[in-house]
Write a protein that binds this ligand. Structure first.
Ligand code: FAD
Length: 374
């Protein structure tokens, strides 16, 4: 069967693209090595933070706002709660780029932001012990996305729109010729007029089949859940958080319906080959000790480690994304290198990929995410 579009990699970005393409009437095939959502890539672990005032730079704010609008639409269409309005507390030294970007982007885009000293933070959330060298920037309108449920929702709608999805099938070859694309798995060959490559941590080797040598670095990341006192850390009172401290950059989530408090470290991690087995949580001694020392300093009322998991980031050298058309093949769109902060944007990235495939352009400013910048 020949399709209008093949989406290679039906994870966070690919599943959203599959939804928008199929909604536009494109005969769409999604192919994935596993059965998304799954726990082998970058999108598992229950929750992802969505922030609007953006520490990584103002260029992300219009995308974050559009992404939020599309998540709200997805909730309406499915009748499911995918977003929890917990608010997000960003903590850091006042003079850092991260905090200054949050403050300036909230001003430029009139986003609600409460700038709090450490005493105010500690009083408002007694589960936090913030030293007075830090400030808190609380964004009351942002919050938490239920990541696997978001992917499930897009999958359900894409299939309802007529998209086909082939699971547990790893793409091993890609060929582009005369405006036609062919991909091969062990068992099948599929062709289409256009291709979206959204293969997360595996993108590097697939893009090299399209003559692109992109400096992508897949990194092992760890996160874990800790027992907590519900009164102090439940999601109706306690926000999601991102702490840029002198010991490292940590993020986390309140206790959601008995989950425990989830915490992970954003910086650091070990470069890996995504095709090889990755060490599980706790196989490196620092996995647990690192998170414990963060909690010991900043959230000392947290209790026992419940369990932890590993996941992968795909880092670009500047930690900005790649969202672009292939420089040679205008029928190939690429979304990769989401550098550990991409999930919140996956709704809008899916829409952008669909626009790039259908019309070759998008109204969003994706020039900072050009593949040619490397
Ligand atoms: C621990 C952790 C915490 C995070 N926290 C946040 C957060 O709070 N907020 C936020 O916005 N972002 C966060 N992120 C980042 C975010 O989750 C990722 O940026 C995002 O999920 C990347 O999406 P993706 O589509 O590129 O990759 P994925 O969702 O992994 O999808 C890629 C898909 O491609 C498939 N694939 C790969 N190769 C092939 C092949 N050869 N053939 C067929 N299929 C293939 C894979 O099976 C996979 O399903 C976090 C990431 C991690 C790991």
């Amino acid at each position: 069967m020949h399709y209008d579009v093949i989406v290679l990699g039906a994870g966070s970005m690919g599943m959203a693209a599959g939804y928008f393409l199929s909604k536009s009437g494109k005969r769409t095939l999604l192919v994935d090595s596993f059965n998304p959502p799954h726990n082998k890539g970058s999108h598992h672990g229950d929750t992802r933070i969505i922030r609007h005032a953006y520490g990584e730079g103002e260029k992300y704010v219009p995308l974050a706002l559009k992404a939020q609008e599309l998540w709200n639409d997805l909730e309406k269409v499915t009748g499911k709660q995918l977003f929890l309005p917990t608010g997000v507390l960003n903590v850091g030294y006042e003079k850092t780029d991260f905090i200054q970007n949050i403050i300036s982007s909230s001003k430029t885009y009139s986003l609600p932001l409460e700038i709090l000293g450490s005493i105010e933070v500690n009083k408002r959330w007694p589960g936090i012990t913030l030293p007075n060298k830090y400030i808190g920037c609380f964004e009351p309108t942002s919050g938490v996305l239920k990541c696997e449920e978001c992917i499930e929702a897009y999958r359900e709608l894409a299939e309802r729109n007529g998209a086909a999805i082939i699971t547990n099938s790893k793409v091993k070859e890609i060929m582009v010729h005369d405006k036609k694309v062919t991909i091969k798995t062990d068992d099948h060959t599929f062709s289409a007029n256009a291709l979206v490559v959204s293969a997360g941590a595996w993108s590097g080797s697939l893009l090299s089949m399209l003559d692109l040598n992109v400096p992508l670095n897949p990194v092992r990341k760890t996160f874990a859940w800790f027992d907590v006192n519900e009164d102090l850390y439940n999601h109706k009172e306690f926000p999601a958080f991102s702490f840029e401290t002198s010991q490292g950059h940590y993020y986390g989530f309140p206790n959601i319906d008995g989950s425990g408090l989830k915490v992970g470290r954003h910086d650091g991690g070990e470069t890996i080959n995504p095709d090889e087995a990755i060490l599980g949580f706790g196989e490196l001694e620092k996995d647990a000790t690192d998170l414990r020392q963060f909690l010991h300093h900043y959230m000392p009322s947290t209790q026992q480690l419940k369990y932890g998991k590993t996941c992968m980031y795909t880092l670009t050298p500047d930690e900005d994304f790649i969202i672009d058309l292939h420089p040679t093949y205008s029928n190939v769109a690429i979304a990769s290198g989401f550098s550990g902060h991409g999930f919140k944007f996956s709704s809008v990235v899916g829409q952008i990929l669909s626009e790039l495939i259908i019309s070759g352009k998008t109204e969003h400013n994706i020039s900072p995410f050009s593949i040619n910048r490397f």
